[in-house]
Design a binder for this molecule. Sequence first.
Ligand code: IVH
Length: 702
Amino acid sequence: MTGMTTPAARIVDAAAYAQAVETVVKAAAAYYADGTSPLDDDTYDRLVRGIEAWEAGHPDEVLPDSPTGKVAGGAVEGDVPHTVAMLSLDNVFSPEEFTAWTESLARRIGHDVTRFSVEPKLDGLAVAARYTRGRLRQLITRGDGTAGEDVSHAIGTIEGLPEQLAEPVTVEVRGEVLMTTAQFEHANEVRTAHGGQPFANPRGASAGSLRARERAYTVPMTFFGYGLLPVPGTETAPAERLLELAHSDLMAQAAAYGVNTTAATAVPGVTAATAEQVLARVSEIAELRAELPFGIDGIVIKADLAADQQAAGSGSRAPRWAIAYKLPAVEKITRLLEVEWNVGRTGIIAPRAVLEPVEIDGATITYATLHNPGDITRRDLRLGDHVMVHRAGDVIPRIEAPVAHLRTGDEQPIAFPEVCPRCGSDIDTSEQRWRCENGRNCHLVAALSYAAGRDQLDIEGLGHTRVVQLVEAGLAADLADLFTLTRDQLLGLERMGETSTDNLLAALGRAKEQPLSRVLCALGVRGTGRSMSRRIARYFATMDHIRAADAEAMQQVEGIGTEKAPSIVAELAELAPLIDKLAAAGVSMTEPGATPPSPTTGAAADAGDGPPVTADGVGLPLDGMTVVVTGAMTGALGELSRNEMNELIERAGGRSSSSVSKKTSLVVAGEGAGSKRAKAESLGIRLATPDEFAALIADFVG
Ligand code: IVH
């Protein structure tokens, strides 16, 4: 984890303080009213921290409507009182702040906490679900924490919140209502189809949808429980017993009743005995964040045992036995300045948003992906719009939606290109992603540079500049032309001496021997990257078999479904002349070690009855194993790239994967391995050093 501390906004005087309080109160009111907010989370947190800092130095000047003393600043008041206040959580932003919190908690209760529960902080809306004799009777928002709004009309639209529990108990389940990424996309599609403005982000979408009463449509949401309370004065309540249970046991109980909890996710709640263990888990969850199908904005750490919670007690705003470890914001609001249209190596014309630079999690973001023109229309994006930008992990930043209520009326429509912005050809707009009619030939330099790249044909000495030279000199009009280049042609190029020429010719000679998987990848078949190309090549074994495959046969390859199969088949047909030319130039069209599918079963011999075997009949060493590689690969293996490691694993019969889970069989951990190794250790998964791994697959190296 890096620099997570959110700095406080600097408030210099009483006027700035009053202004900050007003801004925060308005933002909170808008947020609680309809899920919209003119501030992103980070800006909001910074302002609140600034307000806190100023109030600490001026305790006599605290304004009555300051958000700091309230359960939920500026919230609209509901009409259903909560039996027990729905509190907020205090925040920490760094390991040091967290450790300090555990120490102050230990001082307060007179001993160290030896059991914490650690779970993701789900980024949605808190609700209380009241069950009477197992039946869901009422759903209430948090409101101002003491009373909330009755949103029982939403019952039936929330997955994971059963209308009937497995046992006839009278309890209150508390938790978070949110939209998964898929639910959010669906909600915006439905909403815009009904003429509405898209929601800026999933949280806003759930807030709006939960409270909406008279809509012509409903959109599904998801519930995750994080609390289970007895209902006072009810006979069927397992009342006293629940108060005795540890938080982790309550969660198990909720799950047994049929309520959805984080146990069903890639980041289940766990218990930890020490602050160090908690921090290790915080790192793991932070690492998995970008891959989760729902948003989290931190990790909640609770003293697990009921006795510790009771000893710690609660303040008016937040419990003292729990804390939110905030993760850096992954969303910020900024402005859309321009849209650029770039042609990729396959001729796809992709829009890219140019943004007013904004810092998200330590990186300055100036561009964001916009997918395709239809997407722009669906989201009703305009130049000058304030947009919510999302960036998690290494994923390319994306625009969630315009923040419609910040529009001034000066926003301008986005112009779509009428001809290819690169070569002026017509545009094929028949599919979602627009494509230059000139296809791969439009941006030949990009196509050739990609094909020559390390993970494809690995042609050393054929960098971008050299490719430009070859194309401009008219020596390469397609990929196959590279393999018929003569010594004289190369020597005729500027800055091309004898040595460089011979080296390049030798590299081209080696490239001809690359396995089919790499040739296929170099062709840049749309919808197939490195790992898919390997799967196709291993399944069919030869280019002839690949080309003979119809959509149905193509679907036999793992990961290729009914949608992808026909487009891959069509792409290969389009590429036929180039493939013929490559074969004629002597480029290898077979996958070493793979056996073609048998004509009778249509399945690869490899996937047949017995275990996969090598050509000489020996079983493959990684048969049936899922292997994850982490850290630097050095030692006996030499310095292998991730792609090369994945190739090795698959050749040896295994599956390569990038994330550690219970299904992982082996983790190869090199120097610098971090959270993936820790996770493997915590799950008891077999670990190997790069050298141990090399010994395991010795026959396949080289
Ligand atoms: S516990 C008394 N656990 O975060 C403890 N809250 O900032 C209060 N939240 O109001 C809640 N995930 O809406 C808890 N695993 C989790 C949570 C969680 C998200 C929300 C909840 C709460 C807010 C406080």
